[in-house]
Design a protein around this ligand. Sequence first.
Ligand code: GLN
Length: 378
Amino acid sequence: INSKLPNVGTTIFSIMSKMANDHGAINLAQGFPDFPVSPQLIDRVHHYMKQGFNQYAPMPGVPVLRKAIADKTERCYGWRPNEDQEITVTCGAIEAINSTISALIHAGDEVIIMDPAYDAYEPIINLQGAKAIGVPLRKTDYSIDWQAVESKITDRTKMIMINSPHNPSGAIISADDLRNLEMLTSGTDIFILSDEVYEHILFDGDLHQSVLRSEELRNRSIVTSSFGKTFHATGWRMGYLVAPTGIMAEVRKVHQYNTFTIHTATQYAIADYLADASNYESVAPMYQQKRDFFLNKMASSKFKPIPAKGTYFQLMDFSAISDTGDVEFSEWMTKEIGVATIPMSVFYQDKQDNKVLRFCFAKDEETLAAAAEKLCAL
Ligand code: GLN
């Protein structure tokens, strides 16, 4: 087979989840919660399925959900997208990213991504015959070096992808970062694809700086988010995207022949659930407590935590324990210690190994305590 992705294997998340299962390890690798979805939300899904909402939804998503997303966006970021033209419900954020890049990026284009980045971005860009241009995040705190971004802009730059809160580092962008992005791209037609799937998971009082707060940026931006992350239901594959009418029209051309629509009853259920803002506003304090619980339990270990400001991931430096490569070390930890994690090198274009692992703390306290006990013995 003449592979379109010759350098791509199976995603690390599948590999580590399988290894965790095979060896009975506690899975802090792939990012998913191990605690239940709200019974009230599940009841709403049942309710709509029993009421007969079991056929195709409208291609862009059911109107009540698009309205609820517009309401949430206005409440959170002070600007209301047009619910008919500017919102589309997608099969997880990954379909939003795939459909957006398929619709907007041509062969030979360049897309600037941060390095490290979520592992899906580069292959999705490459599938279009385009190139992912990595800009190193600052080594100290994974913040964006805007001069470095500027130095990578060429006449082939079609899009800049940003991701805040950032997977895998847990770093977040500030209002200053938004201003830098405005200055760098104003007067250009460079698209911004902003992956904001952890928009409701920020800690210590920090506010999420959505690109939708900026009038200058939102005219060229595609923003994606995920109810899987916000409502602990990653298996429901419920995401959405917000984009200006002209861009959205192009993205919907792909979405309609990609997944076409998403599970109908779940859309109605989430629309109801979004009506109570506390259902998404309570998510950040809940995760902050988990992060702090995990850090507290790990305090006596030799792992050195790298501060996380958002997401449900915590990076830890293991260089005081071992000088083996991070891929090998995480494999050993899964098999011999019984705790699975993600080696950070997989997120870098050059697979650089800084002896750092990513731990998912979207887990019950018992799970986190059991993992920490094993890790503190190292
Ligand atoms: N986003 C999840 C993570 O970072 C993984 C999703 C997946 O496995 N495709 O762990």
